[in-house]
Design a protein around this ligand. Structure first.
Ligand code: NAD
Ligand code: MG
Length: 353
Protein backbone atom coordinates (compact mmCIF):
# COMPACT_ATOMS: atom_id res chain seq x y z
CA UNK A 1 0.00 0.00 0.00
CA UNK A 2 1.18 3.50 -0.85
CA UNK A 3 -0.38 6.16 1.40
CA UNK A 4 -1.06 9.25 -0.67
CA UNK A 5 -1.67 12.87 0.32
CA UNK A 6 -3.28 14.77 -2.54
CA UNK A 7 -2.91 18.55 -2.39
CA UNK A 8 -5.07 20.45 -4.85
CA UNK A 9 -7.62 17.63 -4.96
CA UNK A 10 -10.36 19.70 -6.60
CA UNK A 11 -8.28 20.93 -9.53
CA UNK A 12 -7.69 19.53 -12.98
CA UNK A 13 -4.69 17.43 -11.92
CA UNK A 14 -6.32 16.61 -8.58
CA UNK A 15 -9.47 15.18 -10.16
CA UNK A 16 -7.51 13.09 -12.64
CA UNK A 17 -5.31 11.86 -9.79
CA UNK A 18 -8.41 10.71 -7.90
CA UNK A 19 -9.36 8.65 -10.93
CA UNK A 20 -5.90 7.04 -11.03
CA UNK A 21 -5.94 6.34 -7.27
CA UNK A 22 -9.43 4.83 -7.52
CA UNK A 23 -8.27 2.42 -10.21
CA UNK A 24 -5.40 1.03 -8.14
CA UNK A 25 -6.15 -0.84 -4.91
CA UNK A 26 -2.52 -0.47 -3.79
CA UNK A 27 -2.87 3.33 -3.77
CA UNK A 28 -4.61 4.63 -0.63
CA UNK A 29 -5.77 8.23 -0.33
CA UNK A 30 -5.05 9.25 3.27
CA UNK A 31 -5.33 13.03 3.00
CA UNK A 32 -6.70 15.62 0.60
CA UNK A 33 -6.58 19.40 0.50
CA UNK A 34 -8.09 22.18 -1.55
CA UNK A 35 -7.75 25.95 -1.55
CA UNK A 36 -11.37 26.92 -0.96
CA UNK A 37 -13.79 24.27 -2.28
CA UNK A 38 -15.33 21.87 0.28
CA UNK A 39 -13.93 18.31 0.21
CA UNK A 40 -15.56 16.66 3.25
CA UNK A 41 -15.40 12.88 3.12
CA UNK A 42 -12.99 12.71 0.20
CA UNK A 43 -10.25 11.23 2.40
CA UNK A 44 -9.80 10.30 6.10
CA UNK A 45 -8.06 13.66 6.61
CA UNK A 46 -9.11 16.74 4.67
CA UNK A 47 -8.19 20.40 4.83
CA UNK A 48 -9.48 23.47 3.04
CA UNK A 49 -6.93 26.29 2.87
CA UNK A 50 -4.49 26.88 5.70
CA UNK A 51 -1.03 25.44 6.26
CA UNK A 52 -0.70 22.30 4.18
CA UNK A 53 2.35 21.09 6.10
CA UNK A 54 0.16 20.62 9.20
CA UNK A 55 -2.03 18.24 7.24
CA UNK A 56 1.06 16.39 5.97
CA UNK A 57 2.46 16.04 9.52
CA UNK A 58 -0.80 14.41 10.64
CA UNK A 59 -1.26 12.25 7.56
CA UNK A 60 2.23 10.67 7.51
CA UNK A 61 1.95 9.86 3.80
CA UNK A 62 4.36 7.73 1.75
CA UNK A 63 3.83 10.05 -1.20
CA UNK A 64 2.69 13.65 -1.61
CA UNK A 65 1.10 14.63 -4.91
CA UNK A 66 1.44 18.39 -4.98
CA UNK A 67 -1.16 19.64 -7.45
CA UNK A 68 -1.71 23.05 -5.87
CA UNK A 69 -1.46 25.93 -8.33
CA UNK A 70 1.12 28.68 -7.85
CA UNK A 71 3.48 29.85 -5.10
CA UNK A 72 1.04 28.50 -2.49
CA UNK A 73 2.42 25.01 -3.20
CA UNK A 74 5.94 25.85 -2.02
CA UNK A 75 5.82 24.87 1.70
CA UNK A 76 4.41 21.43 0.87
CA UNK A 77 7.14 20.78 -1.72
CA UNK A 78 9.87 21.72 0.75
CA UNK A 79 8.19 19.66 3.50
CA UNK A 80 8.10 16.49 1.40
CA UNK A 81 11.68 16.89 0.16
CA UNK A 82 13.03 17.69 3.64
CA UNK A 83 11.25 14.70 5.20
CA UNK A 84 12.35 12.25 2.52
CA UNK A 85 8.71 11.62 1.57
CA UNK A 86 8.29 10.75 -2.11
CA UNK A 87 7.09 13.82 -4.02
CA UNK A 88 5.04 13.63 -7.21
CA UNK A 89 5.32 17.22 -8.37
CA UNK A 90 2.73 18.91 -10.55
CA UNK A 91 3.19 22.29 -8.83
CA UNK A 92 6.04 23.45 -11.08
CA UNK A 93 5.96 26.93 -9.55
CA UNK A 94 7.51 25.64 -6.30
CA UNK A 95 10.54 24.21 -8.09
CA UNK A 96 10.87 27.34 -10.21
CA UNK A 97 10.90 29.71 -7.25
CA UNK A 98 12.96 27.55 -4.90
CA UNK A 99 15.09 25.34 -7.17
CA UNK A 100 18.35 25.34 -5.21
CA UNK A 101 16.64 25.17 -1.82
CA UNK A 102 14.42 22.35 -2.98
CA UNK A 103 17.37 20.33 -4.27
CA UNK A 104 19.27 20.86 -1.01
CA UNK A 105 16.20 19.69 0.89
CA UNK A 106 16.02 16.62 -1.31
CA UNK A 107 19.68 15.81 -0.65
CA UNK A 108 19.07 16.02 3.09
CA UNK A 109 15.77 14.14 2.96
CA UNK A 110 16.94 11.53 0.48
CA UNK A 111 13.47 10.94 -1.00
CA UNK A 112 12.34 10.64 -4.58
CA UNK A 113 11.13 13.53 -6.71
CA UNK A 114 9.07 12.43 -9.70
CA UNK A 115 7.80 15.17 -12.02
CA UNK A 116 4.15 15.10 -13.10
CA UNK A 117 4.45 17.87 -15.69
CA UNK A 118 4.10 15.89 -18.93
CA UNK A 119 7.29 17.18 -20.57
CA UNK A 120 9.34 16.54 -17.44
CA UNK A 121 7.83 13.12 -16.88
CA UNK A 122 8.81 12.35 -20.47
CA UNK A 123 12.33 13.78 -20.05
CA UNK A 124 12.75 11.91 -16.75
CA UNK A 125 11.98 8.67 -18.57
CA UNK A 126 14.34 9.42 -21.48
CA UNK A 127 17.14 10.42 -19.09
CA UNK A 128 16.71 7.76 -16.41
CA UNK A 129 19.87 5.72 -15.85
CA UNK A 130 21.90 7.71 -18.36
CA UNK A 131 25.36 9.09 -17.56
CA UNK A 132 25.22 12.92 -17.47
CA UNK A 133 28.18 13.17 -19.86
CA UNK A 134 26.26 11.21 -22.50
CA UNK A 135 23.56 13.91 -22.69
CA UNK A 136 23.85 16.64 -25.30
CA UNK A 137 20.58 18.62 -25.03
CA UNK A 138 17.06 18.32 -23.76
CA UNK A 139 14.20 19.49 -25.96
CA UNK A 140 10.90 20.51 -24.37
CA UNK A 141 7.91 20.65 -26.68
CA UNK A 142 5.19 23.31 -26.53
CA UNK A 143 1.82 23.05 -28.22
CA UNK A 144 2.01 26.78 -28.93
CA UNK A 145 -1.39 27.28 -27.30
CA UNK A 146 -4.51 28.77 -28.90
CA UNK A 147 -2.65 31.78 -30.36
CA UNK A 148 0.17 29.98 -32.15
CA UNK A 149 1.04 31.72 -35.40
CA UNK A 150 -0.59 35.04 -34.49
CA UNK A 151 1.21 38.38 -34.65
CA UNK A 152 1.16 40.98 -31.86
CA UNK A 153 -1.48 42.92 -33.79
CA UNK A 154 -3.68 39.85 -33.87
CA UNK A 155 -3.40 39.47 -30.10
CA UNK A 156 -4.46 42.98 -29.12
CA UNK A 157 -8.03 42.21 -28.25
CA UNK A 158 -8.06 38.52 -27.39
CA UNK A 159 -10.33 37.69 -24.46
CA UNK A 160 -9.85 35.40 -21.45
CA UNK A 161 -12.40 33.02 -23.04
CA UNK A 162 -10.22 32.72 -26.15
CA UNK A 163 -7.07 32.25 -24.07
CA UNK A 164 -8.80 29.52 -22.07
CA UNK A 165 -9.63 27.47 -25.17
CA UNK A 166 -6.50 25.32 -25.33
CA UNK A 167 -6.21 23.20 -28.47
CA UNK A 168 -4.75 20.00 -26.97
CA UNK A 169 -4.85 20.05 -23.15
CA UNK A 170 -7.71 20.65 -20.70
CA UNK A 171 -6.21 22.27 -17.58
CA UNK A 172 -6.83 24.78 -14.80
CA UNK A 173 -7.22 28.46 -15.82
CA UNK A 174 -3.81 29.73 -14.67
CA UNK A 175 -1.73 27.19 -16.56
CA UNK A 176 -4.01 27.50 -19.59
CA UNK A 177 -3.29 31.24 -19.83
CA UNK A 178 0.40 30.47 -19.23
CA UNK A 179 0.24 28.11 -22.19
CA UNK A 180 -1.25 30.83 -24.36
CA UNK A 181 1.54 33.31 -23.45
CA UNK A 182 4.29 30.61 -23.40
CA UNK A 183 5.06 31.61 -19.79
CA UNK A 184 4.26 27.99 -19.01
CA UNK A 185 7.12 26.83 -21.21
CA UNK A 186 9.33 29.40 -19.51
CA UNK A 187 8.42 27.98 -16.10
CA UNK A 188 9.04 24.51 -17.49
CA UNK A 189 12.47 25.52 -18.77
CA UNK A 190 13.48 26.58 -15.25
CA UNK A 191 11.83 23.47 -13.80
CA UNK A 192 13.87 21.28 -16.17
CA UNK A 193 17.10 23.11 -15.33
CA UNK A 194 16.71 22.16 -11.67
CA UNK A 195 15.23 18.70 -12.14
CA UNK A 196 17.85 17.48 -14.56
CA UNK A 197 20.87 19.63 -13.57
CA UNK A 198 21.25 20.96 -17.12
CA UNK A 199 22.52 24.46 -17.94
CA UNK A 200 19.99 26.65 -19.73
CA UNK A 201 21.91 26.67 -23.00
CA UNK A 202 21.40 22.91 -23.21
CA UNK A 203 17.62 23.08 -22.92
CA UNK A 204 15.74 23.97 -26.08
CA UNK A 205 12.06 24.70 -26.60
CA UNK A 206 10.31 23.79 -29.85
CA UNK A 207 6.70 24.25 -30.85
CA UNK A 208 4.96 20.98 -31.68
CA UNK A 209 1.24 21.63 -32.16
CA UNK A 210 -0.01 18.04 -31.88
CA UNK A 211 1.43 17.51 -28.36
CA UNK A 212 2.35 13.91 -29.17
CA UNK A 213 6.09 14.17 -28.55
CA UNK A 214 6.40 15.38 -24.94
CA UNK A 215 10.19 15.63 -24.71
CA UNK A 216 13.26 14.58 -26.61
CA UNK A 217 16.81 14.01 -25.42
CA UNK A 218 19.76 14.33 -27.78
CA UNK A 219 22.71 12.15 -26.83
CA UNK A 220 26.34 12.87 -27.62
CA UNK A 221 26.59 10.03 -30.17
CA UNK A 222 24.00 11.67 -32.44
CA UNK A 223 21.04 9.57 -31.29
CA UNK A 224 17.89 11.24 -29.98
CA UNK A 225 15.32 9.61 -27.72
CA UNK A 226 11.77 10.91 -27.68
CA UNK A 227 8.75 10.17 -25.50
CA UNK A 228 5.46 9.97 -27.39
CA UNK A 229 1.86 9.57 -26.34
CA UNK A 230 -1.58 11.14 -26.56
CA UNK A 231 -1.86 14.33 -24.50
CA UNK A 232 -3.56 12.97 -21.38
CA UNK A 233 -2.30 13.92 -17.92
CA UNK A 234 -3.47 10.63 -16.45
CA UNK A 235 -0.37 9.06 -18.03
CA UNK A 236 2.26 11.13 -16.16
CA UNK A 237 0.10 11.16 -13.00
CA UNK A 238 -0.15 7.38 -13.07
CA UNK A 239 3.56 7.09 -13.82
CA UNK A 240 4.46 9.22 -10.80
CA UNK A 241 2.01 7.49 -8.44
CA UNK A 242 2.93 3.94 -9.43
CA UNK A 243 6.66 4.46 -10.07
CA UNK A 244 8.63 2.29 -10.66
CA UNK A 245 5.91 -0.21 -11.60
CA UNK A 246 4.27 1.75 -14.44
CA UNK A 247 0.70 0.52 -14.01
CA UNK A 248 -1.84 0.21 -16.83
CA UNK A 249 -4.09 3.19 -17.70
CA UNK A 250 -7.28 3.44 -19.81
CA UNK A 251 -5.43 5.58 -22.39
CA UNK A 252 -5.23 3.77 -25.74
CA UNK A 253 -1.87 2.91 -27.28
CA UNK A 254 -0.62 5.41 -29.83
CA UNK A 255 -2.17 4.67 -33.23
CA UNK A 256 0.43 5.76 -35.77
CA UNK A 257 -1.39 4.45 -38.84
CA UNK A 258 -4.35 6.76 -38.17
CA UNK A 259 -2.18 9.68 -39.24
CA UNK A 260 0.09 11.15 -36.59
CA UNK A 261 2.02 14.10 -38.05
CA UNK A 262 5.10 15.27 -36.24
CA UNK A 263 5.61 18.94 -37.01
CA UNK A 264 8.09 21.13 -35.14
CA UNK A 265 9.14 24.75 -35.41
CA UNK A 266 10.94 27.44 -33.45
CA UNK A 267 8.87 29.50 -31.01
CA UNK A 268 8.10 33.13 -31.91
CA UNK A 269 10.02 34.77 -29.07
CA UNK A 270 9.12 38.29 -30.10
CA UNK A 271 5.38 37.78 -29.88
CA UNK A 272 5.56 35.40 -26.92
CA UNK A 273 8.28 37.21 -24.99
CA UNK A 274 7.50 35.60 -21.63
CA UNK A 275 9.50 32.57 -22.73
CA UNK A 276 12.63 34.72 -23.18
CA UNK A 277 11.94 36.60 -19.95
CA UNK A 278 11.77 33.30 -18.07
CA UNK A 279 15.02 32.12 -19.63
CA UNK A 280 16.71 35.38 -18.57
CA UNK A 281 15.28 35.14 -15.05
CA UNK A 282 16.51 31.55 -14.82
CA UNK A 283 19.99 32.44 -16.03
CA UNK A 284 20.23 35.32 -13.56
CA UNK A 285 19.27 32.94 -10.76
CA UNK A 286 18.84 33.95 -7.11
CA UNK A 287 15.30 35.20 -6.53
CA UNK A 288 14.74 36.25 -10.17
CA UNK A 289 12.79 33.08 -11.04
CA UNK A 290 10.65 33.74 -7.95
CA UNK A 291 10.03 37.32 -9.09
CA UNK A 292 9.15 36.12 -12.59
CA UNK A 293 6.64 33.67 -11.18
CA UNK A 294 5.05 36.13 -8.75
CA UNK A 295 4.66 38.90 -11.33
CA UNK A 296 3.22 36.40 -13.78
CA UNK A 297 0.70 35.13 -11.21
CA UNK A 298 -0.48 38.70 -10.59
CA UNK A 299 -0.65 39.55 -14.30
CA UNK A 300 -2.52 36.37 -15.24
CA UNK A 301 -5.08 36.94 -12.47
CA UNK A 302 -5.56 40.53 -13.70
CA UNK A 303 -6.00 39.32 -17.29
CA UNK A 304 -8.58 36.72 -16.24
CA UNK A 305 -10.31 39.44 -14.26
CA UNK A 306 -10.57 41.70 -17.30
CA UNK A 307 -8.18 44.29 -15.82
CA UNK A 308 -5.28 43.72 -18.20
CA UNK A 309 -5.04 43.02 -21.92
CA UNK A 310 -3.32 39.86 -23.09
CA UNK A 311 -0.08 41.50 -24.27
CA UNK A 312 0.05 43.44 -21.01
CA UNK A 313 0.90 40.23 -19.12
CA UNK A 314 4.42 40.21 -20.57
CA UNK A 315 4.83 43.97 -20.03
CA UNK A 316 3.88 43.72 -16.36
CA UNK A 317 6.30 40.83 -15.84
CA UNK A 318 9.15 42.57 -17.72
CA UNK A 319 8.76 45.76 -15.69
CA UNK A 320 8.53 43.91 -12.37
CA UNK A 321 11.66 41.90 -13.22
CA UNK A 322 13.56 45.04 -14.18
CA UNK A 323 12.74 46.59 -10.80
CA UNK A 324 13.15 43.47 -8.64
CA UNK A 325 16.11 43.13 -6.25
CA UNK A 326 16.92 39.61 -7.38
CA UNK A 327 18.93 38.89 -4.24
CA UNK A 328 20.03 35.47 -3.02
CA UNK A 329 17.50 32.76 -2.21
CA UNK A 330 18.96 31.41 1.04
CA UNK A 331 15.80 30.30 2.79
CA UNK A 332 12.01 30.31 2.61
CA UNK A 333 11.92 33.84 4.10
CA UNK A 334 13.99 35.20 1.20
CA UNK A 335 11.49 33.68 -1.21
CA UNK A 336 8.44 34.91 0.64
CA UNK A 337 9.95 38.39 0.58
CA UNK A 338 10.94 38.25 -3.10
CA UNK A 339 7.49 36.91 -3.97
CA UNK A 340 5.78 39.74 -2.05
CA UNK A 341 8.04 42.40 -3.58
CA UNK A 342 7.42 41.19 -7.14
CA UNK A 343 3.67 41.05 -6.48
CA UNK A 344 3.73 44.67 -5.31
CA UNK A 345 5.76 45.73 -8.35
CA UNK A 346 3.42 43.87 -10.70
CA UNK A 347 0.33 45.34 -9.07
CA UNK A 348 1.79 48.80 -9.51
CA UNK A 349 2.20 48.01 -13.20
CA UNK A 350 -1.47 47.15 -13.70
CA UNK A 351 -3.69 49.71 -15.43
CA UNK A 352 -5.73 51.81 -13.00
CA UNK A 353 -9.33 50.56 -13.03
P1 NAD B 1 -6.42 24.04 -10.97
O1 NAD B 1 -6.60 25.50 -10.88
O2 NAD B 1 -7.36 23.23 -11.76
O3 NAD B 1 -6.39 23.42 -9.49
C1 NAD B 1 -5.63 23.98 -8.46
C2 NAD B 1 -5.86 23.25 -7.16
O4 NAD B 1 -5.07 23.89 -6.14
C3 NAD B 1 -7.32 23.31 -6.66
O5 NAD B 1 -7.65 22.10 -6.03
C4 NAD B 1 -7.27 24.43 -5.61
O6 NAD B 1 -8.27 24.31 -4.64
C5 NAD B 1 -5.89 24.20 -5.02
N1 NAD B 1 -5.33 25.36 -4.33
C6 NAD B 1 -5.16 26.61 -4.81
N2 NAD B 1 -4.61 27.40 -3.86
C7 NAD B 1 -4.44 26.61 -2.77
C8 NAD B 1 -3.94 26.83 -1.45
N3 NAD B 1 -3.50 28.04 -1.07
N4 NAD B 1 -3.91 25.78 -0.60
C9 NAD B 1 -4.36 24.57 -0.97
N5 NAD B 1 -4.85 24.29 -2.19
C10 NAD B 1 -4.88 25.31 -3.07
O7 NAD B 1 -4.92 23.81 -11.46
P2 NAD B 1 -4.32 22.57 -12.27
O8 NAD B 1 -4.46 22.80 -13.72
O9 NAD B 1 -4.79 21.30 -11.67
O10 NAD B 1 -2.76 22.76 -11.97
C11 NAD B 1 -2.20 22.42 -10.72
C12 NAD B 1 -0.67 22.47 -10.83
O11 NAD B 1 -0.26 21.47 -11.76
C13 NAD B 1 -0.15 23.80 -11.39
O12 NAD B 1 1.08 24.09 -10.78
C14 NAD B 1 0.06 23.51 -12.86
O13 NAD B 1 1.06 24.31 -13.43
C15 NAD B 1 0.48 22.05 -12.81
N6 NAD B 1 0.22 21.33 -14.06
C16 NAD B 1 -1.06 21.17 -14.48
C17 NAD B 1 -1.33 20.49 -15.64
C18 NAD B 1 -2.75 20.25 -16.10
O14 NAD B 1 -2.95 19.54 -17.08
N7 NAD B 1 -3.75 20.80 -15.45
C19 NAD B 1 -0.27 19.99 -16.41
C20 NAD B 1 1.03 20.17 -15.94
C21 NAD B 1 1.26 20.83 -14.76
MG1 MG C 1 3.81 20.78 -19.11
Amino acid sequence: MKRIALLGATGSIGRQALEVIEAHPELELVAAASGSQPIDGLAPLTQVGGDLTELLERAEPDLVLNAVVGFAGLPATLWALEHGVELALANKESLVVAGDLALEARRRGGGRLIPVDSEHSAAFQCLEGRAPESIDTLVLTASGGPFRGRTRDELEDVTPEEALAHPTWSMGPKITVDSATLANKGLELIEAHFLFALPYERIEVVVHPASIVHALVRLRDGAALAHLGYPDMRVPISYALTYPERAATPIPPLDLASGVTLEFHAPDLETFSLLSLAREAGERGGTYPCAFNAANEVAVAAFLDGQLWFLGIADVVADALAAADGGAARDLDDLVEADAQARRLAERGLPVA
